[in-house]
Design a protein around this ligand. Structure first.
Ligand SMILES: CCC/C=C/C(=O)SCCNC(=O)CCNC(=O)[C@H](O)C(C)(C)COP(=O)([O-])OP(=O)([O-])OC[C@H]1O[C@@H](n2cnc3c(N)ncnc32)[C@H](O)[C@@H]1OP(=O)([O-])[O-]
Length: 374
């Protein structure tokens, strides 16, 4: 049965639909290691397989392709899969991808767009590059629904062998992402915080360890989780507008950036700069961010997308296997640290965020945001 809303999807995925990854399997985290990709090509995501030679003319094609709405109710197999001890793969979503009919092959030169409520994906088949635009108004906060939809879209791209690179950007110039959705961390119960944190971990692991080239086209402010999202990429192009800021400002909310946020930052700007940035919750202007290496390039606002695309074409000229292995070599130790203690990290988060003092700080921060507006 077709799903009409994402909340329905979430309900049907039973919250666990996002899942995590099999602990210790970094290739699963990447979702697309050499072996992972080969498996994916054979078994999963048939809707996104590139047509085999000659099929462009012969095979039936579908110009539109699957929508998120094609995702259906979890079967008993899904539920078993979700319940399997230690299995953190997004099985329910995966099963849905498997069920998608194979007739949705498309011409190799086609440009394909599809969107759900909160994510727009535009895939240029001829370049092998997809652009993901986040559209979660008003500020692109990383709500559970957005994360769910994002991860399903990401999985599709990972399973599409023709997709070599992804540009991450915002559908709303001025705000790349306001970071984690504070409302998801306020006044909810432990089960909700657990589900939310799993989704945040999952997003980071998938993006940070992706074998695709990931370029962030930062077309607006990018605090906290928004900055983390940008940090998962291989290269960051930011709009040169002094009104925008980027940084891990968690301490300003009275909360602490988890160790893997910190590790990702340290790997990018070094230990001393990270120590200062994290303790003070610094939000950097684009010029400051460039200076410390938090972003790689500043360009005028209207050149962010085109620059990201031209950088992408440079990166895609490097032999893929060599680049991927190098990326894995550089990032695996950091991702492994989280994979080894994912459950403990969830417990820490849930305990921390449930504290009265932390809840009070978050409420006060939200209130201050509203008052600033008035
Ligand atoms: C251990 C955990 C680690 C945590 C990591 C994180 O990422 S923590 C996250 C740390 N993130 C931050 O510290 C970023 C805080 N946000 C900002 O600094 C600004 O909103 C902005 C610069 C992103 C956009 O400025 P702008 O002038 O264009 O927009 P505006 O300010 O007028 O807001 C419009 C509406 O959105 C609301 N809202 C905003 N953010 C969030 C949110 N994250 N969530 C939910 N809601 C949020 C805001 O309350 C207001 O609601 P209202 O009154 O309409 O009901």
């Amino acid at each position: 049965m077709a799903l009409r809303t994402v909340s329905a999807l979430k309900r049907r995925l039973g919250g666990a639909g996002l899942g995590l990854l099999r602990s210790g399997q970094i290739s699963s985290a990447a979702g697309r290691s050499g072996a992972g990709r080969a498996r994916a090509g054979r078994g999963r995501g048939v809707a996104w397989t590139r047509p085999r030679l000659g099929e462009e003319q012969l095979g039936p094609t579908c110009p539109v392709g699957p929508t998120w709405e094609s995702v259906s109710r979890p079967s008993s197999t899904d539920r078993k899969c979700l319940g399997r001890a230690g299995n953190f793969l997004p099985c329910a979503a995966q099963h849905r991808l498997e069920k998608t009919p194979s007739y949705i092959d498309y011409p190799a030169t086609a440009r394909r767009s599809f969107s759900n409520h909160r994510v727009i994906v535009d895939m240029d088949q001829s370049l092998g590059v997809a652009t993901i635009k986040i559209k979660n108004p008003p500020v692109n906060s990383l709500s559970l629904e957005l994360l769910t939809e994002f991860l399903i879209g990401w999985e599709k791209l990972e399973n599409d062998k023709s997709c070599k690179g992804v540009i991450l950007t915002s559908n709303y110039p001025k705000i790349f992402s306001a970071g984690l959705d504070i409302l998801e961390m306020c006044g909810k119960n432990a089960a909700h915080y657990t589900e939310y944190w799993k989704a945040v971990q999952e997003l980071w692991l998938k993006l940070y360890m992706s074998n695709m080239v990931v370029i962030a086209a930062i077309n607006g402010s990018s605090p906290a989780g928004g900055c983390l999202l940008a940090l998962t990429s291989d290269y960051r192009v930011m709009a040169d507008n002094p009104k925008y800021t980027i940084g891990l400002n968690e301490t300003l909310l009275g909360i602490v950036a988890p160790f893997w946020f910190k590790d990702n930052l340290v790997n990018t700007i070094g230990n001393r700069a990270s120590e200062q940035a994290l303790q003070l919750g610094l939000l950097f202007s684009p010029a400051e961010a460039l200076k410390i290496g938090l972003v790689d390039q500043l360009v005028p606002e209207d050149k962010v997308q085109s620059t990201a695309l031209s950088v992408m074409s440079q990166w895609l000229k490097i032999p893929d296997h060599a680049r991927q292995l190098t990326k894995t070599m550089m990032r695996k130790p950091t991702a492994d640290l989280l994979l080894k203690q994912r459950e403990a990290d969830i417990d820490n988060f849930v305990r921390f965020i449930s504290r009265d003092g932390i809840q009070k700080s978050l409420h006060m921060y939200l209130k201050a945001l509203k008052e600033r507006k008035e």
